[in-house]
Design a protein. Structure first.
Ligand code: FES
Length: 680
C-alpha cells in the first residue's frame, strides 16, 4: 500500500491516495467527485468550496489532523477578504492534501446538484443543463505562429476543459476579438452542448470571469395562457414565474377555431404566428425585469405546447391538424436558434428546444407531463389528466402508457362562463353552498378568509369580488348538485322548486345568485344554465377521453388519479368527482401535480439527458385518437349526467349522498341549452 495520504470525499464516499501537495480539486476530478469549477482552478470563481473534517472518522478508518491540508494561502485570503468564505470552508483548488483527510463537498459546490421539486411527487432534478460557463485563458496571438483568435479559443477549451470542438455564429465572431482583448485573453464562455453530440456552440463570451449567472426559460405555451419560469441554469432555482394570455384568442378561443381561421383567411396562420412570438417576447422581457436579470443572460429556452400551438409557433400552417388523419409536419423534438422564432427579447444566440409531439392531437405538452410524472415508472395504474383548453390524458404503469387529448374547451379556465374570469385577485376560487339554507359562502383569490368570516369585506375591498375562476366554477357546479339545486341531468331548479330566492329566472331557465355587488357598483355573479352546459361539455369530454383509454387498456377502474395543469393544483378532488370529471377512485387516491407540463419543460431545461429520455419515452407511448373513435361519442353522452348516467361512482357514494331532484318540467330534458361536441 502506498504511503500517500488517503482522501475520502463525502457525501459520495469516493476515496483514493494522492501524492503530498495534490490540490483537493485535482483529487476530486481524478476520482470523478462532483466538485464544481468555472475558472479551472485559478482561485477566482469560488465554485470549488469544500469543508475539510477534522478528528476521528471511524466509519472511514481515518484520523484527520489539523495539518491535513496546506495552510490557508494568499488566494483564499484575498477571496475571503473580498467576498467572505463561510467558516470552515476552503477553496478546493488552493488547499493541498498533506495527510489523510475527509473532505465534504457542500451541495452548492456540486455541479450536478439536485433540485427538489415543490410538487407532491418529490422527483428531484439533477442539474446538468445543456449550456454551462467555462473560464479559459487563451494564448495571445503570435506573428510567428499565425492562428485566429477563434482557433486559439478552441485550443484553450480543448486543453483546459476537454471540449473537442466548438463552433460559433457570425454575431459571436464579431465580438470575439474585442472581448478577448478586454479580458486580457482571459474570458468566460457560455457553451451549449446538446444531447445529439454536435460540436459545442459558443453562445456568449465575457471578458474575465463572468459572475452574472446564466438563465433559461421554461415555457408552457397553452391555447389560453402562456406561462414561463425563469430558471437559474447553475442552481436550478426558479427566479420568477409569470404568465400572459395567449393573444391568439382573438383569432378563435379553441384550437379548431384557430385552425379554421387559418383555413378561411389567407395569411391567417402568419398573423397567429406573429402574435404568439410577440407574446413570448413580451413575457420574456417582463419576467427578466421582474427578476432584475439582464434578458441577454437567457441563453436557453424549452417550449412545450399542443400540436396546433407547436405548428403556429414554428410558422407552419396547422391546416392538416384540422382533419383526419391529423398529420403533424414534424413530430420529433426540435433544436433551434431563438432568432429563427424571432425571439429577440433574449440572447440573440439563445438555443430553443421543443419537446417532441406524441401525435396529431397529443402534443409536446403531453410529452412534458410524461417527463414530469413518469407514468411509465408507476407500479400501479395511474390516470394523469392535464386540465386545460385541450386536456392531455395519460393512462399507464410500468407495462404500457397510453395517451390521448380531449377537447374540453376553455370552460375550465373560466372562459365561456357568464361570470367567468381568469385566476386573479378578486376571482371566486372556492365556494360552499349550505344544503339546508342553500346560502353560499366563498373565498376569493388574494384573501384567506371565507365570505362569512369577520373582516372579509375589508380584506377584499381592494380586489373587489370580480368573477369566478376555473376552480371556482367546478366547485360551484358540484356544490349546486350536492345542495339539491341542480339535478342529475344538469338542470337548475326554480325558486319554487328549490325553496330559495337565490334561484333567479333567466329566460326559460334559472340561475343561482352567488353574489350581488351591484349596490356598490360591482358585478352580479351568478351560475347560469348556460354555464352548467359549458361545464358539462367540458367534463364529459374529459371523462370520455379517460374512459376511452381505460377501454383500450381493458379496465373499468384506475388505481389513482393525478390532476395536473396550471390550475390542477387548485381543483378540489371531491368536487371534481361529484362533477364526474374524473373516474371514481377513493378520494385520497386523487393527487395534484401542479403544472406538470411546465415542470416537464423545466426538467428538460435543467437536465440535457432528460431530453434524450423523453424522446425515447414518447416513442413508446400508445396514442389513442379520440376524434375518430365512435365510442368517444357514447362515453361523452353518458358522461353528460352529473356525475354520470351509468357508471356507479361507488367510492363517491361512500362519502357523499347526492340528492335526486328532477327539474325537467318539459318531460324531455330540453332547456334551450346546447348539446354539441366540440374539438379544440
Ligand atoms: Fe475556481 Fe477554485 S476552481 S476558485
Amino acid at each position: 500500500m502506498s504511503n500517500d495520504p488517503l482522501v475520502v470525499f463525502t457525501p459520495s464516499g469516493k476515496r483514493g491516495r494522492f501524492p503530498v501537495g495534490t490540490p483537493v480539486l485535482t483529487a476530486a476530478r481524478q476520482l470523478g467527485v462532483d466538485l464544481d469549477s468555472v475558472c479551472g482552478g485559478r482561485g477566482i470563481c469560488s465554485k470549488c468550496q469544500i469543508t475539510p473534517g477534522y478528528g476521528e472518522f471511524s466509519k472511514h478508518g481515518v484520523t484527520v489532523h489539523a495539518d491535513a491540508l496546506s495552510a490557508w494561502n494568499a488566494v483564499e485570503a484575498r477571496y475571503d477578504e473580498k467576498r467572505g468564505l463561510k467558516p470552515g470552508r476552503r477553496l478546493g483548488c488552493q488547499a493541498q492534501i498533506l495527510r489523510d483527510v475527509v473532505i465534504d463537498v457542500p451541495p452548492e459546490s456540486q455541479v450536478h446538484k439536485q433540485v427538489v421539486r415543490k410538487a407532491a411527487s418529490a422527483r428531484v432534478i439533477e442539474m446538468d443543463p445543456a449550456t454551462k460557463l467555462y473560464f479559459v485563458e487563451v494564448e495571445e496571438p503570435d506573428m510567428h505562429e499565425p492562428t485566429g483568435d477563434m482557433e486559439r479559443l478552441a485550443r484553450a477549451l480543448r486543453r483546459e476543459w476537454d471540449i473537442p470542438e466548438i463552433r460559433a455564429d457570425l454575431s459571436l465572431l464579431a465580438k470575439l476579438q474585442p472581448v478577448l482583448r478586454k479580458g486580457r485573453f482571459q474570458v468566460t464562455v457560455a457553451l451549449h452542448r446538446d444531447h445529439a453530440g454536435d460540436p459545442a456552440q459558443v453562445l456568449e463570451i465575457w471578458p474575465g470571469l463572468h459572475e452574472g449567472g446564466l438563465y433559461g426559460l421554461a415555457i408552457d405555451l397553452g391555447s389560453t395562457t402562456i406561462a414561463a419560469h425563469l430558471t437559474d441554469l447553475e442552481t436550478g432555482e426558479v427566479k420568477a414565474s409569470s404568465g400572459i394570455m395567449n393573444p391568439q384568442i382573438r383569432f378563435g378561443e379553441d384550437l379548431m377555431s384557430r385552425v379554421s381561421y387559418a383555413m378561411m383567411n389567407p395569411g391567417g396562420n402568419k398573423e397567429m404566428t406573429a402574435a404568439v412570438r410577440d407574446a413570448i417576447n413580451t413575457l420574456a422581457a417582463e419576467i427578466a425585469k421582474e427578476a432584475a436579470i439582464d434578458a441577454a443572460l437567457i441563453v436557453e429556452t424549452v417550449i412545450v405546447c399542443n400540436p396546433v400551438m407547436h405548428h403556429l409557433l414554428l410558422g407552419i400552417d396547422p391546416v392538416e391538424l384540422g382533419q383526419a388523419p391529423f398529420a403533424l409536419a414534424l413530430s420529433s423534438s426540435l433544436a433551434l436558434d431563438a432568432r429563427q422564432l424571432d425571439l429577440a427579447a433574449i440572447n440573440p444566440r439563445a438555443r430553443v428546444y421543443i419537446l417532441p409531439c406524441v401525435a396529431g392531437h397529443v402534443g409536446a405538452d403531453c410529452a412534458a407531463v410524461a417527463l414530469s410524472e413518469e407514468p411509465g415508472k408507476s407500479e400501479d395504474l395511474v390516470l394523469i389528466i392535464d386540465v386545460g383548453t385541450n386536456a392531455e390524458i395519460l393512462l399507464g404503469d410500468k407495462s404500457r402508457v397510453l395517451a390521448c387529448s380531449s377537447p374540453t374547451g376553455p370552460a375550465f379556465e373560466g372562459a365561456q362562463i357568464s361570470s367567468g374570469q381568469r385566476a386573479a385577485p378578486g376571482a371566486i376560487e372556492a365556494i360552499r353552498i349550505d344544503p339546508v339554507t342553500k346560502e353560499p359562502r366563498f373565498r376569493v383569490i388574494g384573501c384567506e378568509l371565507w365570505s362569512d368570516e369577520a373582516g372579509f369585506a375589508e380584506a377584499t375591498e381592494a380586489s373587489g369580488i370580480t368573477g369566478i375562476c376555473g376552480s371556482g366554477i367546478i366547485e360551484a357546479v358540484a356544490e349546486l348538485r350536492m345542495a339539491g339545486l341542480l339535478d342529475e341531468s344538469g338542470l337548475l331548479g326554480s325558486a319554487e322548486a328549490t325553496g330559495t330566492a337565490r334561484m333567479i329566472p333567466e329566460g326559460r331557465t334559472h340561475a343561482y345568485l352567488i353574489h350581488d355587488g351591484s349596490a356598490t357598483g360591482g358585478p352580479v355573479i351568478t351560475v347560469t344554465q348556460g354555464d352548467i352546459r359549458a361545464i358539462q361539455l367540458a367534463k364529459s369530454a374529459l371523462y370520455a377521453g379517460a374512459r376511452l383509454l381505460m377501454d383500450e387498456r381493458g379496465v373499468d377502474n384506475v388505481d389513482r388519479v393525478v390532476l395536473a395543469g396550471a390550475f390542477g393544483a387548485h381543483i378540489s378532488p371531491l368536487h371534481a368527482m361529484v362533477l364526474g370529471m374524473i373516474p371514481d377512485v377513493p378520494l385520497e387516491r386523487v393527487t395534484s401535480a401542479g403544472n406538470a407540463a411546465g415542470t416537464g419543460a423545466r426538467i428538460a431545461l435543467c437536465n440535457v439527458a432528460a431530453r434524450r429520455e423523453i424522446e425515447r419515452v414518447v416513442g413508446e407511448i400508445t396514442k389513442v385518437e379520440t376524434a375518430i373513435e365512435p365510442r368517444f361519442q357514447e362515453h361523452f353522452v353518458a358522461a353528460n349526467a352529473i356525475p354520470h348516467k351509468t357508471d356507479p361512482f361507488a367510492e363517491l357514494a361512500k362519502i357523499v349522498t347526492l340528492p335526486s331532484p328532477n327539474f325537467n318540467t318539459h318531460g324531455d330534458g330540453s332547456d334551450g341549452g346546447r348539446r354539441k361536441r366540440r374539438r379544440g
